[in-house]
Design a protein around this ligand. Structure first.
Ligand SMILES: [Zn+2]
Length: 384
């Protein structure tokens, strides 16, 4: 067996760790380009601290998931500001936007030259501006992955800008930044984290390092998420979710994903549905479809053993079956009040096209078994 493992150059994790942001950023230089979301109160203190420490901050606000147009604008501003580093403070959308902006600013040409699927997917000639990623949600793990997912409304899909050079230089993960996140966002982003641990664990590209992270992360997320949703100020539960999210990012970047993320790209590209909410709605149905297909066509598959292992972890029952694990995840999704995809405008008439697009998605390549068109349609229909 041969495998590689890449991550941010440096991971700094801990309660209150954000206080070290200035000292971590200083080696890059005193001019920083700060990309943030709508959470102004949270970011205001951090930016004031940086300015107090002598940094010149150029601010760039992101609302919603990043688009090609937003990244063009951000890269232009970053070039004009001549900043030494980019600091992303926010959820997955903010970090992905910042990764793409940092990647494009030092490179010639348009974002579409480098974007997969809808663009030409060319490699980046020059290294990005150094990036420090500071997540304020627990879900995407984007602080340790090497791609940024961008929407292109005119193409109706989401596609990745991807390069080994896009790994953030520093991932600064402070669970305290997630205290008080609203329950709905906690639930959907947390179930994205769980998906990003389950899919790499059962996928065809799993490796022993990501397996260890997935085992630890799956049980951590399953224990912590209901508590973080019940009480948003439960510091231990928030710690657990930030940690699980980090492990999910490390795992997906070094193994692969599967059917749930295969659907996330077209659903998110065609409908105004947040990534976490899409994955949360699809997760139990994706698990059920894979388990059924594996039992029918690959009963000796190691992936089936992995689903059984997940079931035993989640139920605490050493005799639990793979199907019982999927059912347990389904229960959690219901308990947390995750709405079906109809909430975002997805209807029965969209099932066939979504299944066709999901079948071609890059995440689908690592799914443990190739699913038929009917099986894919069944997954999305069940998630409506
Ligand atoms: Zn995800």
């Amino acid at each position: 067996m041969r495998f590689e493992f890449a991550t941010a150059a440096r991971i700094v994790f801990g309660q209150g760790a954000v206080a070290d942001l200035g000292s971590l950023a200083r080696p890059f230089g005193k001019r920083v380009f700060v990309v943030t979301g709508k959470d102004r109160i949270r970011r205001a203190g951090i930016v004031a601290d940086l300015e107090g420490a002598g940094f010149t901050c150029s601010l760039f606000g992101v609302s919603g998931e990043p688009t090609v147009a937003l990244v063009r604008e951000g890269a232009e501003l970053l070039r004009a500001a001549g900043s030494h580093a980019v600091i992303a403070i926010g959820g997955g959308s903010v970090i992905d936007a910042a990764k793409a902006i940092a990647a494009l600013a030092p490179n010639p040409g348009d974002v579409l030259e480098y974007l997969e699927v809808v663009g030409q997917g060319k490699p980046l000639p020059h290294a990005p501006t150094p990036l420090i990623a500071v997540p304020t949600t627990a879900g995407t793990g984007s602080e340790v992955t090497r791609n940024a997912v961008l929407g292109s409304p005119e193409h109706g899909v989401k596609a990745s800008l991807r390069s080994p050079l896009m790994l953030p230089r520093i991932a600064l993960v402070d669970p305290e930044l997630t205290l008080g996140l609203p329950r709905g966002i906690t639930a959907s982003t947390g179930l994205d984290a769980l998906t990003q641990l389950i899919e790499p664990f059962v996928c065809s590209r799993a490796n022993p390092l990501t397996d260890a992270f997935c085992r630890d992360g799956i049980s951590m997320a399953f224990r912590s998420l209901p508590r973080a949703c019940a009480n948003g100020r439960d510091a231990q539960a928030r710690f657990g979710m930030s940690y699980a999210s980090l492990l999910g990012g490390l795992s997906l970047a070094n193994a692969g994903l599967g059917v749930v993320h295969g659907f996330a790209a077209p659903v998110g590209g065609m409908f105004p549905a947040p990534h976490g909410a899409v994955c949360a709605a699809l997760l139990p149905h994706g698990m059920e479809a894979n388990i059924r297909a594996l039992r029918a066509r690959a009963p000796e598959s190691l992936s089936l053993d992995r689903y059984t292992e997940i079931a035993r972890m989640l139920t605490g029952n050493a005799a639990a079956t793979a199907e019982e694990g999927a059912a347990k995840v389904g229960e959690l999704v219901r308990e947390l009040g995750i709405p079906g995809l109809r909430t975002y405008g997805v209807g029965d008439e969209d099932v066939a096209l979504l299944a066709q697009k999901a079948g071609q998605a890059s995440s689908m390549k690592a799914n443990p078994i190739s699913l038929t068109r009917e099986e894919l349609e069944g997954v999305v229909s069940a998630a409506l």
